[in-house]
Design a protein around this ligand. Structure first.
Ligand SMILES: [Zn+2]
Length: 74
């Protein structure tokens, strides 16, 4: 099964592990694409200033171990 094409800005090579839904993205990231929060290459829009939202987009579908590590960062 293909996974989502969103690439987290953390670490460079980590993809969202959710199954792809449309346009190569999972449902969550497809909606983020539609609202302009990520681009079609699966990269987060640097103009998003809401850190909580950035984190939510970045770590959606990333494995729990990484997520708990990253929660400690600001
Ligand atoms: Zn995704």
């Amino acid at each position: 099964m293909r996974h989502c094409g969103f690439r987290t800005s953390y670490g460079g090579a980590m993809f969202c592990q959710d199954a792809s839904y449309l346009e190569g993205f999972c449902k969550f990231h497809y909606q983020a694409l539609q609202s302009g929060e990520i681009n079609e290459n699966g990269v987060i829009n640097e103009k998003i200033s809401d850190q909580a939202r950035r984190r939510q987009i970045n770590y959606h579908g990333v494995q729990t171990e990484s997520r708990s590590y990253l929660t400690d960062r600001t």
